[in-house]
Design a protein around this ligand. Sequence first.
Ligand code: NAP
Length: 349
Amino acid sequence: MDAISSRGPRAGRRVLVYGATGHTGRFVVQELVRRGLEPVLSGRDSDRLAELGRRHPGLEVRPAEVAEAEALAKAVVDVAAVVNCAGPFLDTAGPVAAAAVGAGAHYLDVTAEQPSVQATYRAHGEGSVPEGVVVLPAMAFYGGLADLLASALADRSGGAVESVTTAVGLDRWWPTEGTRATGRRNTARRLVVADGRLVPAPEAAPSRTWDFPAPLGRHAVVALPFTEVIAMHRHLDAGRIDSYLSEAPLSELRDPATGGPEASDESGRSAQRFAVDVRVRAEGVEHRAVATGRDIYAVTAPLVAEAVTRVLDGRVRAEGAVAPGQVFDAADFLAALSPWPLDVELSEG
Ligand SMILES: NC(=O)c1ccc[n+]([C@@H]2O[C@H](COP(=O)([O-])OP(=O)(O)OC[C@H]3O[C@@H](n4cnc5c(N)ncnc54)[C@H](OP(=O)(O)O)[C@@H]3O)[C@@H](O)[C@H]2O)c1
């Protein structure tokens, strides 16, 4: 497919980070600065933003609440892209994406909420965004990473995709307040793909065991689809799409006594280890891709920052409301992040 360059009316390197004060937002700001982009710090809490601004002298601070369309419109006025890190996204994605697109800026977010991605696809579907503007929800650990892995395998197999199965292995889960708030807010029945259609996941979530690469090894996993199912269904014509997650860290997440993530090195990453294992069956052959690394929040920053970089450079295959594996050359994208901060391996059989 030929690349369509991103001819959004907004050029430049300025990227508004909405929710910049959050745990993930801070990693994203750091990563954008590291890449020579110019983050603009935004969100609803002007005191927290001012404090963050003092740590990044030279970066502009623009507070705006999601309920105030005018303030949001002012905040995005001269930026090339907006990265929304403020969740629950069921509360923020609608207004923040509308402000970005209204100003001709690209929109990206890191949502793990299925109904938020569906709403963003619906609101910014074909013909409803300015020419060249990219609207890319779920460009994160949950969502985008599995979609990119599946897309790299689908591209390589060259055949019709019959099924995609994702398993996420975590040794621990130290959830942020944003993760907990999102879990309380997003009570929608989760969706999987069966017979090529999005359908409600079974009430009694199926469980099984899964062999992740060392050091995780064998885990009990339970069916728990996130935004990767919605993203994959946007562009992969698969009959079945299912996702599983390790059971043990889910219990930690559900325990109110579990503390939040703590830095275990100078980059701020926690010691949490993950593996995202994706199996794609195409033309009767199973292909496998595995990405391993540390800290699901921290790794979201290079994932979304790599996406911003490519969108601003025009290294995109599509425009409008898209999934990660649809808009990028997935194998090339993953190769750019491997072996650090991800270790990615693709294999067959
Ligand atoms: N898909 C993934 O893999 C992935 C990865 C990382 C994060 N996430 C998602 O990203 C979100 C943030 O996570 P986090 O770990 O960064 O949490 P966090 O540290 O608690 O930060 C949450 C941020 O969102 C802001 N916020 C929340 N509700 C808002 C609203 N209604 N209006 C404006 N700002 C609002 C908060 O602002 P205040 O400071 O004013 O409260 C804060 O800046 C969560 O939904 C989480 O699920 C997803």
